[in-house]
Each structure stands twice: as structure tokens, then as C-alpha cells.
Write a protein that binds this ligand. Structure first.
Ligand code: PBG
Length: 317
């Protein structure tokens, strides 16, 4: 009876699994604060992607760790960058054709200071007294998106929150014959404490200051709508809300206001909290995992980026 009358459904095809690619071979390094999530060299990522495809997941979201970090985030836009190389391998495999391969577009994994943009050369690098150069950052983000799309990304997903980056990325892609590559913009991304474990996985904690200069204040729902409005006007094909669980009301508001496809990102901290409780036997893993994901779908997300993607697909069987 419950199955007949259920209003909200979860299915593997609406789940996206994040992967953290790193240099090397045979590397499979577990993230301390994220049990079951690994830094993977490309050969290992291929194995992981095969599992994801076999489980019927909708897609992958790729992040990368570069060989070296610098001020200009060269590892983000280098044609032989970690994610670019990974994309060529993954998109070359017929067995993975069912997966939409989304490339995250950001500079924070690649800058020596860990910020998502370029820091002014003469900035005081102390506490909050620094500034990110919006327009210079946007140039590098557009360059990054082009190089990821050329390497085969099905979708590019800017997660930096600089102003005007969707328009710049759309223009740069179109100018190079990549008009078929859609943009999934992290339109409403909060400066959140829940990204902590990700920063261990991507080695991207800011060396000074924090991200409040460019990411949103979580207290503002109206501003979130405005951010989405701007990104859609600039050419975003789909938008991603992030984090998910603590912002279900914002997801619902976005669902009611916009007709574009809407994703939500159940971020690292949401995953780690649940994993910590599972490890102590304080919550029933499968039920709590599926309930957290169902809530996000019920709030209005079409698809969910989640570190539980594989587990959830197994549970949904
Ligand atoms: C890059 C980026 C971050 C996340 C996704 N893309 C980190 C951040 O903004 O600090 C967080 C994802 C997660 O916590 O799982 N800007």
C-alpha cells in the first residue's frame, strides 16, 4: 500500500557520485573524515566509474588534485590537468556511456592559497583583509571550462560563485564550437561549515580568510533566488543548490519559482555527520541515508549529488 501511494521516489538514475581524481597510479587513498570516499588515480577512478555505471547511477561529478598548486591555478586549465586526463580516459569507454560526466569548474583545488579565485598580488594575506579579483578569476574559470569541455566533459559545473562567470563560460564555450556543452551552475552556494571534510579530500582549505567574500550568507533565502535568477539569465541550463539538508526550504522555494532542472548537493559534512553516527551505532545506516535523500527530493530537487550514491543505489536495488 505504501508503495502505491508514495509521493516521492528515489532512483539511482537521479543520483550523481562525486569522484576525486589525483595524480599517480594505483592510488586509492581514503579520506579520513569521509569513510568510503577516496582520492583515486585515473586507473582506480575507471574501476569506480564502472561500478557506478553498473549500479545505474545518473552520473559522476569530477574534482581533481593537481601535481602542483600555484597562484594562477594552472592545474585547473592545463590541457593535461588531472581531470582533463581523467575525462579523456572515462569518455573513451563505451561501458560508461550511461553516465553523465560532469566536471566541477573551480580554482580552489589548484590555487596555492586555496581560494576559488585570483587573490590580488598586493593583498594583505592575513585574516579577512584580502580581496578576490572577480574578473580575473572569471577569465581563468572560462578557460578552465573550455579545457574541460574539450577533454570531453558532458556538462561543466562552475562552483566558484564569482559574479558573471556563467555568461563568460557560455561565451567562451560557444566561441570555440562547444555550444552543445550545458552549464550546471552552483547558483546558490552558501559559505557553509559543512564543506569541511571536502577540503580534506580536495586539499583546498583557504590558507587565510574564508569564502564569505564570494559565497552566500546562508541566512538569505531571497538572495538565493536572486543568484539563481542571474545565473539562469546568463545562460545556466541547470542549477545546483548546496548544501542540501540544512537548506530544504531554499530548495523548495527555488523549485516553485524556476522551471529549470534543479539539482541539490548533499555535501561532505552532511555525509560525514551521518557516517559518524553510523560508526557509533547511533543511527540505522540504510534508513537514515534513504530518509536524508528522500527529503531532498521531496523539497524539489530533480537530482542529487551525494557521496551515498553507490550505497543508495544498492539499497534501492
Ligand atoms: C569548490 C567546491 C567545494 C565543494 C564543491 N565544490 C568546496 C568549497 O567551496 O569550499 C564542497 C562539496 C562538499 O563539501 O562535498 N569550490
Amino acid at each position: 500500500m505504501r508503495s502505491l501511494v508514495r509521493e516521492t521516489h528515489l532512483r539511482p538514475g537521479a543520483l550523481v557520485c562525486p569522484l576525486f581524481l589525483c595524480p599517480g597510479e594505483g592510488v586509492r587513498r581514503e579520506i579520513g573524515s569521509m569513510p568510503g570516499v577516496f582520492n583515486l588515480s585515473i586507473d582506480e577512478a575507471v574501476k569506480e566509474a564502472e561500478v557506478c555505471a553498473a549500479l545505474g547511477l545518473g552520473g559522476l561529478l569530477l574534482f581533481g588534485l593537481p601535481e602542483e598548486k600555484d597562484e594562477q591555478a594552472s592545474g585547473a586549465w592545463a590541457d593535461d590537468g588531472t581531470v582533463q586526463r581523467g575525462l579523456r580516459v572515462l569518455k573513451g569507454m563505451r561501458a560508461l556511456d550511461s553516465l553523465v560526466v560532469i566536471a566541477d569548474v573551480c580554482l580552489c583545488e589548484y590555487t596555492s592559497h586555496g581560494h576559488c579565485g585570483v587573490v590580488a598580488a598586493n593583498a594583505v594575506r592575513d585574516g579577512d583583509r584580502y580581496e578576490i579579483e572577480n574578473d580575473k578569476s572569471v577569465e581563468l574559470l572560462a578557460k578552465t571550462a573550455v579545457s574541460l569541455a574539450r577533454a570531453g566533459a558532458d556538462v561543466v559545473a562552475p562552483s566558484d560563485m564569482m559574479d558573471g562567470r556563467v555568461e563568460a563560460i557560455r561565451g567562451a564555450l560557444d566561441a570555440r564550437g562547444l555550444e552543445g556543452t550545458p552549464i550546471l551552475s552552483y547558483a546558490s552556494k552558501v559559505a557553509s561549515a559543512f564543506y569541511g571534510p571536502f577540503r580534506e579530500a580536495a586539499d583546498s582549505a583557504p590558507q587565510f580568510g574564508d569564502r564569505r567574500g564570494y559565497q552566500m550568507d546562508g541566512a538569505n533565502r531571497r538572495e538565493a533566488m536572486r543568484e539563481i535568477d542571474l545565473d539562469v539569465a546568463e545562460g545556466a541550463d541547470m542549477v545546483l543548490m548546496k548544501p542540501a539538508g540544512p537548506y530544504l526550504d531554499v530548495i523548495r522555494a527555488a523549485r516553485e519559482r524556476f522551471d529549470v532542472p534543479l539539482g541539490a548537493y548533499q555535501v561532505s559534512g552532511e555525509y560525514s555527520m551521518l557516517q559518524a553516527a553510523f560508526a557509533r551505532g547511533w543511527l540505522e545506516p540504510e534508513r537514515a541515508m534513504l530518509e536524508s535523500l528522500t527529503s531532498i527530493r521531496r523539497a524539489g530537487a530533480d537530482f542529487i549529488v551525494t557521496y551515498f550514491a553507490k550505497e543508495a543505489a544498492r539499497a534501492l536495488g
